[in-house]
Design a protein around this ligand. Structure first.
Ligand code: ADP
Ligand code: ASP
Ligand code: MG
Length: 814
């Protein structure tokens, strides 16, 4: 004998009920008890109509109408026309009684728990009747059983307990009186010893099935639902969650107790005592294996088996010096809560006995505060205990697994993962069984917390990085193209799943919670709302994703001023924008400090030498104890391009124009030509080598005429270049005469930095520098005479984008 339970979604409509019938028809060789829920959503509608009626709101009638329509249309679709009328009239009679009950509640403007139970029981009464008739009509040897005659409860409406003695003997005798292969009954509903309708609590149909399985010594209890088993986390919140093939009773109980709704928590007890296995199966994918819950411990399985969570939790803290060493305070605290019917879901106590902290349901908060304060009125009035503190809108997340106790470091991993993602932990509890480690966090952090924990404990180290990209011009567009191209490779080889969740240019912005499809990002971005930096930031905050990275591909000061906000929320920042790192030293230092404090990398490799690994190399030198003595470098790809191409056959103006058109200069070419850009770069290298320096401390021997330096727009700037062609030609001639080449050199030595145009003689490391290449010579204590040299393309959108990409990957491996 088997007991099969089908939940609300499985019997929500005629179509689904037909699937259920097929499942039963395939099992017909065995005796089967089928326990069904109300048609999906009907219990909620019944409760809603009752709530409306008792507030004397006429809208209860439309809820009732919806209930009626759902049942009548299910019958019409499911049952052959010739058998319909008998059923329709029976169901209508029942619905009339329901209407009378609701009318009563409406007239009095009140509803008792007893009446509420009666009203809500109509859901399962009707569903079980309809389904049993459908089975019979389809030729299954089935009969209907009235659950209220079977399942008996000790009276206490709302929170009933099952009278197992009566229930078990009822089950045995009913079975004796039926020789049908299939018996269909409603879950959830029962009656008291004196005959009143009672219920087993929301989700209670699972429990009904377990009670019957226990009474009849069933060999198996199958719970058929809308997912393929008990998952590693709630599949609605964690997309990567997967069905757990095999789990112990204790683990399943712990997971369901902490919110895995797929199984109503009391369900396990009755089957556990008889060792009856539970199988959780998917009505819509019956071929999938689902989850088997049984006695077998999963000795070799994963240590952490699942992560569950309960929302709507509040924390109550009682503290005060008067609690230390006084016996009975905890007892009184728990007693008042228990007497008021408030259940405690989590307990922590400081070892100093200075405070006790418990988790309760959000909705009980006000009541709990009032009764606890009243109970400790005497101590509070004398200042020995503080009035109880309540914090609402929290949630509990729990890691569950039988083998967790024999593994070290799990809680460390749990809390560091939460910490890295800026999830604030309000309280911690670890059950004595060590089968569960729970943390109380803000409700608004649940999605992020579950997903980051799931990633760390279940996803074979695949790490998801969520990018928010500002600036998709030259560099940004190349960056997006590179992500698109490398996505699969990174996933397979580096276990990194990179998703672009948000992007913005100066016109519009666009977000997609599941990752923007990069194939047509241009069209999507153009379709988005107007760009707004504050709203962009707000959206990043609201989405609250784990491993979030803000990527700045702009040259905007306004954008760079938002970095602290991101870092303070543990969101990493990657930027090719030099403004922040070359601003006031105190600001640069603040960003570094924030990054350290909030565990969020702040990376800007592309600030110097585009994609060349200059800053990263420097960091490694310093970290390994080396000391920088001197830096000599050609750091402007654009100036290098200009002076490598400028000669007496060209004009300076045309070469600068060309450099701008080919994307080698900043949008404003004066920033490059005036030396500002190189100053910023040497400043950043000096700072990264451990020196405190401001941009004003750098000597700049500009080669530009004063008039060019004073222009305020690109047009005027280019005009002055034309006008001063002669002076540029003079620079060139002088270099030719000395058999040297013009290079714009940055230097740092003895705490002093300078930039300027130099004539580089043949044989010097800089002499053969081509195109837009950069070169850096690091003279250090380890490389005192022969410097460490880094050389290569130092400008251009493609290499800059790849440098940003490299920073993202550094964060992925962080
Ligand atoms: P039924 O009506 O069949 O009893 P429920 O809605 O009560 O179904 O339970 C199934 C739902 O439980 C799933 O659709 C899923 O959203 C939710 N759920 C929460 N946590 C888990 C989990 N860890 N594994 C599977 N389902 C879960
Ligand atoms: N129909 C009831 C509910 O929705 C019982 C159940 O489905 O398990 O809570
Ligand atoms: Mg359920």
């Amino acid at each position: 004998m088997k007991v099969l339970k089908f939940g609300g979604t499985s019997v929500a409509n005629a179509n689904n009920i037909n699937l259920v019938k097929n499942i039963i028809a395939n099992q017909q060789s065995e005796n089967t008890i089928v326990v069904v829920s109300a048609l999906g959503g009907i219990t909620d509608l019944l409760l809603k109509s009752a709530a409306l009626a008792c507030t004397q709101d006429n809208a209860y009638k439309s809820a009732l109408k919806e209930i009626e329509d759902r049942h009548l249309s299910t019958i019409k679709e499911l049952i052959p026309i010739h058998s319909q009328s008998k059923m329709l009239s029976k169901v209508k009679t029942e619905l009339n009684t329901l209407e009378t009950l609701l009318e009563g509640a409406f007239l009095i403007g009140e509803i008792t728990p007893k009446l509420s139970d009666k009203i809500v029981s109509y859901g399962e009464l009707l569903s079980s009747y309809i389904i049993s008739e459908h089975f019979i009509a389809e030729g299954i040897d089935a009969a209907y059983i009235d659950s209220r005659k079977l399942i008996k409860t000790n009276l206490a409406h709302g929170k009933t307990t099952v009278n197992f003695q009566l229930t078990n003997s009822n089950c045995v005798s009913i079975l004796k009186n039926h020789d049908n292969k299939v018996l269909v009954m409603g879950g959830f509903i029962a009656s008291s010893v004196s005959g009143d309708a009672t219920t087993l609590g929301r989700g209670g149909s699972d429990y009904t099935a377990a009670i019957v399985a226990n009474a009849l010594d069933a060999e198996l209890l199958q719970v058929w639902t809308d997912v393929s088993g008990m998952y590693t986390a709630n599949p609605k919140i964690v997309k990567q969650a997967r069905s757990i093939p095999h789990i112990s009773y204790e683990e399943a109980m712990e997971l369901s107790h902490f919110g895995a709704k797929v199984l109503y928590p009391p369900t396990i007890q009755p089957v556990l005592s008889k060792g009856i296995p539970i199988q959780i199966k998917n009505t819509f994918k019956p071929e999938e294996p689902g989850t088997l819950i049984s006695k077998n411990k999963n000795g070799t399985g994963k240590t952490v088996r699942g992560i569950s969570h309960v929302e709507e939790v509040a924390l109550l803290s009682l503290e005060g010096s008067g609690m230390v060493g006084i016996p009975g305070i905890s007892k009184r605290f728990f007693e008042v809560l228990s007497n008021a019917g408030i259940s405690v879901v989590l307990i922590t106590q400081a070892s100093s006995e200075h405070s006790i902290c418990v988790g309760i349901s959000n909705q009980d908060t006000e009541k709990a505060v009032a009764i606890v304060n009243e109970a400790f009125d005497f101590e509070i009035s004398r200042g020995r205990i503080k009035p109880v503190i309540a914090e609402k809108d929290l949630a509990i997340i729990a890691l569950v697994g039988d083998n967790m106790k024999s593994h070290q470091g799990l809680s460390g991993k749990m809390f560091s993962t939460l910490g890295k993602n800026n999830v604030n932990i309000r309280a911690i509890a670890q059950g004595a069984s060590e089968r569960n480690i729970s943390a109380v966090i803000l409700k608004s952090d649940v999605k992020k917390a579950l997903n980051s924990l799931h990633e760390v404990f279940f996803e074979e180290n695949i790490k998801q990085l969520n990018l928010f990209v500002m600036g998709v011009g030259n560099v940004g567009a190349k960056f997006i193209a590179q992500i698109q191209q490398q996505k699969q490779y990174l996933k397979e080889k580096l276990m990194l799943n990179i998703r672009v969740i948000g992007m913005s240019n100066s016109r519009t912005m666009y977000f997609d919670e599941d990752g923007i499809p990069l194939k047509n990002w241009e069209a999507l971005l153009a379709s988005g709302p107007k760009a707004d930096k504050a709203r962009f930031y707000d959206t990043v905050m609201k989405l609250n994703y784990r491993n979030s990275i803000f990527v700045d591909n702009t040259a905007s000061e306004e954008v760079s001023s938002t970095y602290p906000n991101y870092l303070k929320n543990s969101i990493s920042v990657v930027t090719c924008n030099k403004i922040a790192c070359s601003s006031q030293f105190s600001h640069y230092q603040e960003l570094k400090d924030l990054a350290r404090k909030y565990n969020a990398p702040f990376l800007f490799e592309t600030n110097v030498g585009a994609g060349l690994p200059i800053i990263d190399t420097l960091k490694h030198l310093i970290a390994s104890g080396d000391k920088v003595l001197k830096i000599q470098a050609v750091l402007s790809g654009s100036l290098n391009f200009v002076f490598n191409n400028f000669n007496d056959h060209t004009t300076f103006h045309d070469i600068v124009k060309k450099a701008q058109e080919e994307g080698y200069t900043e949008p404003d070419p004066k920033i490059d030509l005036s030396g500002i850009d190189v100053m910023r770069k040497i400043l950043i290298l000096a700072r990264e080598s451990g020196n405190i320096l401001e941009i004003e401390d750098i000597e700049n021997q500009s080669f530009l005429p004063q008039e060019s330096l004073e222009t305020t727009n690109n047009e005027d700037f280019f005009r002055t270049l034309k006008e001063h062609e002669e002076s540029f030609q003079a620079l060139y001639q002088q270099a030719v005469e000395e058999d040297s080449k013009l290079k714009y050199v940055a230097q740092f030595e003895d705490g002093k930095a300078s930039v300027g145009l130099q004539r580089i003689p043949k044989g010097h490391d800089f002499y053969n520098l081509e195109g837009s290449d950069n070169i850096v010579l690091f003279y250090t204590e380890r490389y005192p005479n022969q410097p460490m040299i880094i050389k290569g393309a130092g400008a251009g959108a493609d290499v800059t984008a790849s440098g940003i990409f490299a920073d993202i990957i550094r964060i992925g491996n962080f």
